[in-house]
Every structure is written in structure tokens, then in C-alpha cells.
Design a protein around this ligand. Structure first.
Ligand SMILES: O=C(O)CCC(=O)C(=O)O
Ligand SMILES: [Fe+2]
Length: 362
């Protein structure tokens, strides 16, 4: 579908649909022209992974490091042309009633985040937490090693620091998590934002307690894919005391404000961020249980260190390309239609969503 000859045409269509009112179109067009071979190479590798011709990890930083936003958007847009998008109906959503999806997308594009309070019921969150408790192995990153905690008790509030479920497949085995990550509301928003069929790459659960800081509690940016969106869902009430997620509004594609030698994932202290972006743009996302945050984490963000209490958070990552696939490339054992009913049915509707999620048990 995407032919080499039509490259310029794709650029024009992209500019018309995505950057129609933007006054620096020429810069974008020139940059997309200049990077034609890199962009095509990226698409080619992705296709080989999708076709299962390539099974090893490729370093894709040659393209993400360019990272001026419009290259990312363009590549994701091309994926949408190549692989199409889903027709997603909203009838079965956990998150009804909807607010206007176009409006949500506009806010995401403008600010880099969108917060929806109280989208999951208290009962639903409690059920999920109870199904997690004492069932799974958790990991905690120590200075030079990883420590594993068997059948971790999330309600043991004497814990210090940040723990997460060791294996994404554990958390994805829960019905509640399966429902959330295949929910039409979530998929509608992610697909609109990515402009292509979303691929679910990660499901994580974090339990954070006061007392020790983690490297995610210092401002940084993520570089998980050419284009991606993270979703954070609070499973308990989060105030200024128990580690609200923090985001720097408008910090996507503004890295040079920090310094010219910016490196992805580098950590920056609060003062440096405040000096570069203004204190008022640093948002602390307090929210009650069930609050859902959609975020482009290419913008600066962190979890605030907890002063007291605990924070339980579900985190999902949806990507445009298959390149984030690490060493568990590519899938997939068939899903059991009875044991994994929700995932199985979702896969019928959205065949690519788990295409690169490894369901095999190790
Ligand atoms: O704990 C947080 O709120 C931040 C998490 C984070 O940095 C991430 O998931 O990329
Ligand atoms: Fe992050």
C-alpha cells in the first residue's frame, strides 16, 4: 500500500490532516524529506517483524533520537495508512458515559495529557486490588540488583519504596485488567492519538510506599517507541502526600529548553525543570480512586516521592510500531477461548492488539 514513489504525496496529506494550521510547515516538510531513507528503513524493519521474518531486537534509536515530534507523528500516520484503523464501537465500555473523543484528542495534542476522574468504580478497583494481593511476584530495583518478592502483600504498609509486578503476563491474566486494556474507550482514544492501530506492549502494576525513592521519581522522558501513549490508572486515592504522578505541561518536543545535549531518559532535578518550563507548568495529578490519566510520556514526568501512605497504579503502554519488542520477540501462543475469554474476544475484534504480546508462560 505504501509505495516509495508516493512518499511526497504522503507528506502532503500528512501536513494537510495533521498540521494544517501550523506556520512552520516548510521545516517539517524538509525534515521529512531529508530523513526519507531512515523513515523507510524503520517501516521496513517493522514490516519484517510483523511478518515474522525478523526475530531479533533492532536498535531503533536512529529514528527516535531525531525525535522532533513530527517525524514520530508522520511514521505513525504511515502505519495507519499501511495497516488501517479499527472501527471501534462503544457499547460495552466500562467507562460510559463518554465525553467527546475529538475534544480529548485535541487536549492530548495540545497539552500532552488528559485526565478523567473517577472513571472506574470503587468496587471495580477494590476487586482488582484484592485479586492482585499475595498472588504475584513483585520486583524492586535496588542500587545494583533486582530483588524479587514472592506473593507480595500490597497491603503490608510497612514496605518502603516502589515495587512492581515482575511479569506483565501475571497482571494481564486478571479479568479486570483484560477488560480495561481492551475497553473501547481506551482503544478509541489511543487509536485516535496514535493514528494507527494500537499495539499493547506493556501492562504494569506499581505499588509505591514512602521511605525510599525510585529512579522513576525524578523527572525524565520515556522513549518506548516512535509514537506511544501511556495510561495510568489510580487504584487508590492519590493526594499530594502519597506520590501523585507529575507532568510538565507542554514539554513534548521542547527538550532543547533544557540543554542542547539532551539525552533521552536522562534525569533532571525539579529546579532545572522549573527553570526551563516554569513552575506553573509542573502539574501534580492528584485524583481519587479510579482516575485515569492518558499521557504522552515523551514529555517530562515522574512519580512524586511519597511523603506518607501508598499509591497503587495500573500502567498500560500502547505503541504504533513493533520495534519496542525486546528479547521476547514476537509472540504468540494462541489464547485459550475459555480461560482467556476477554482477551480471546478482543483479539477477534482487534487482531493486532496483542500481536506482539508474549502470552506464552515462561
Ligand atoms: O510513578 C509514576 O507516576 C511515573 C511512572 C513513569 O515514569 C512511567 O511509567 O513511565
Ligand atoms: Fe517514565
Amino acid at each position: 500500500m505504501i509505495s516509495d514513489e508516493n512518499y511526497l504525496l504522503y507528506i502532503n496529506n500528512f501536513i494537510e490532516t495533521v498540521y494544517q494550521n501550523y506556520d512552520k510547515k516548510d521545516i517539517i516538510i524538509n525534515s521529512l524529506k531529508k530523513n526519507e531513507s531512515k523513515i523507510k528503513y524503520f517501516l521496513k524493519i517493522d514490516k519484517m517483524i510483523r511478518d515474522k521474518q525478523l526475530k531479533k531486537r533492532i536498535d531503533f534509536s536512529f529514528l527516535t533520537r531525531l525525535n522532533n515530534g513530527y517525524i514520530n507523528n508522520f511514521v505513525s500516520y504511515l502505519f495507519g495508512l499501511e495497516y488501517g484503523i479499527y472501527n471501534i464501537t462503544i457499547d460495552t465500555s466500562l467507562f460510559l458515559p463518554y465525553s467527546d473523543l475529538n475534544n480529548i484528542n485535541d487536549l492530548l495534542l495540545k497539552d500532552g495529557y488528559y485526565v478523567n476522574e473517577n472513571k472506574l468504580s470503587e468496587d471495580f478497583c477494590n476487586k482488582l486490588l484484592n485479586n492482585i494481593n499475595k498472588k504475584f511476584d513483585f520486583t524492586k530495583k535496588m542500587v545494583d540488583k533486582k530483588q524479587v518478592y514472592k506473593n507480595f502483600d500490597i497491603f503490608n504498609f510497612k514496605q518502603k519504596g516502589t515495587f512492581w509486578i515482575n511479569n506483565h503476563k501475571d497482571i494481564l491474566s486478571l479479568d479486570e485488567v483484560q477488560q480495561i486494556c481492551t475497553d473501547p474507550y481506551i482503544l478509541n482514544i489511543t487509536q485516535k492519538y496514535l493514528r494507527t492501530k494500537p499495539l499493547l506492549i506493556q501492562t504494569n502494576f506499581w505499588a509505591s510506599y514512602s521511605g525510599e525513592s525510585d529512579s522513576t521519581q525524578v523527572f525524565h522522558q520515556d522513549g518506548d517507541d516512535i509514537k506511544f501513549i501511556k495510561i495510568f490508572i489510580y487504584l487508590n486515592d492519590v493526594s499530594l502526600n502519597n506520590g501523585p504522578h507529575s507532568y510538565v505541561k507542554g514539554s513534548i518536543n521542547q527538550r532543547m529548553l533544557i540543554n542542547q545535549k539532551f539525552r533521552l531518559s536522562e534525569r533532571y532535578d525539579d529546579n532545572t525543570i522549573a527553570k526551563s518550563f516554569g513552575k506553573d507548568n509542573i502539574l501534580n495529578m492528584v485524583g481519587s480512586k479510579g482516575t485515569i490519566i492518558f499521557e504522552n510520556t515523551e514529555g517530562f514526568h515522574k512519580g512524586s516521592p511519597l511523603k506518607s501512605g501508598y499509591r497503587f497504579m495500573l500502567q498500560l503502554l500502547y505503541c504504533s510500531s513493533t520495534l519496542p519488542f525486546d528479547n521476547y520477540l514476537p509472540i504468540v501462543k494462541d489464547l485459550d477461548p475459555i480461560k482467556n475469554k476477554i482477551l480471546f474476544e478482543a483479539k477477534q475484534k482487534y487482531p493486532d492488539i496483542f500481536q506482539f504480546y508474549n502470552f506464552t508462560t515462561s
